[in-house]
Design a protein around this ligand. Structure first.
Ligand SMILES: [Zn+2]
Length: 246
């Protein structure tokens, strides 16, 4: 299992787990069923094992699922499925904290090529690179459309994998719904800022308020939906000039 973990970690770090042969991940003299029992009965269900399980679950900042970046962690997801890669069943780096929805959406996904290999949140996405953007839909009520806009230096396989990740976990719909609520929540604040500045100064004051909000959220997390949202509305003249009142 230790050597399997080493092989796995080298492959996942280079986006090459699609090339791994499940036959190399059998545990000698131990059946796949016994490995599942090791996970279910020893890691999850005993006091000593459970402490390790909970420590892995508690790893993400703020208890936030690293797959969607939004919902609370409730479980551990096997990055490579235990039903296929038995030797990775209890390997910590193969156990990714996840929310229930992301765990369900991921299922037993295994990439077949460099372009569709599932993203491993601890190895794959350079979190300092801005890749999440939004555009304002100028309508009543205003809304935001989120998409993946990666830096030009990203290799095409990583772009494709992040786009598939975005699609697989339904992040456009999730972020769109959350942003719609946030837009509704800030409407009153922005209306008061607009009114206090009057017709000549008001729009610029609203824009500044939104730019400051974007900057503060960017300092916290570059690719949060909030950073993308505030960046988008601060750059949209229709929105900050009064479109937000719609
Ligand atoms: Zn999630």
């Amino acid at each position: 299992m230790v050597s399997a973990a080493t092989v796995f970690e080298a492959a996942v770090a280079s986006g090459a787990t699609h090339g791994l042969d499940p036959a190399d991940f059998k545990v000698p003299r131990v059946t796949d069923g016994e490995m599942v029992d090791l996970y279910d009965l020893r890691l999850v269900d005993t006091e000593r094992g459970r402490a390790i399980y909970e420590a892995i679950k508690a790893a993400p900042e703020y208890g936030r699922c690293p797959l969607c970046g939004q919902q609370p962690v409730t479980t551990l997801d096997h990055h490579l499925p235990k039903a296929v890669f038995a030797a990775l069943t209890v390997v910590p780096t193969n156990l990714v904290p996840a929310c229930k929805d992301c765990n369900h959406a991921k299922g037993h996904a295994v990439g077949g090529s460099p372009a569709d290999e599932p993203i491993h949140p601890y190895f794959d996405i350079p979190d300092d690179d801005p890749w999440l953007t939004a555009v304002v839909l100028e309508r009543t009520p205003p809304a935001l459309l989120f998409s993946v806009t990666p830096p030009s230096e990203w290799p095409s396989s990583l772009v494709s994998r992040v786009e598939k990740h975005f699609e697989r976990f339904g992040l456009d719909a999730m972020y769109g719904a959350l942003a719609a609520t946030e837009l509704s929540n800030i409407k009153g604040d922005l209306r008061r800022v607009l009114q206090s500045g009057g017709p000549s100064e008001g729009p610029a004051m609203v824009r500044l308020r939104l730019e400051e909000a974007a900057e503060s959220r960017r300092e916290a997390r570059v690719n949060s939906w909030q950073t993308a949202m505030y960046t988008a509305v601060a750059a949209n003249p229709w929105y900050y000039s009064g479109g937000f009142l719609n």
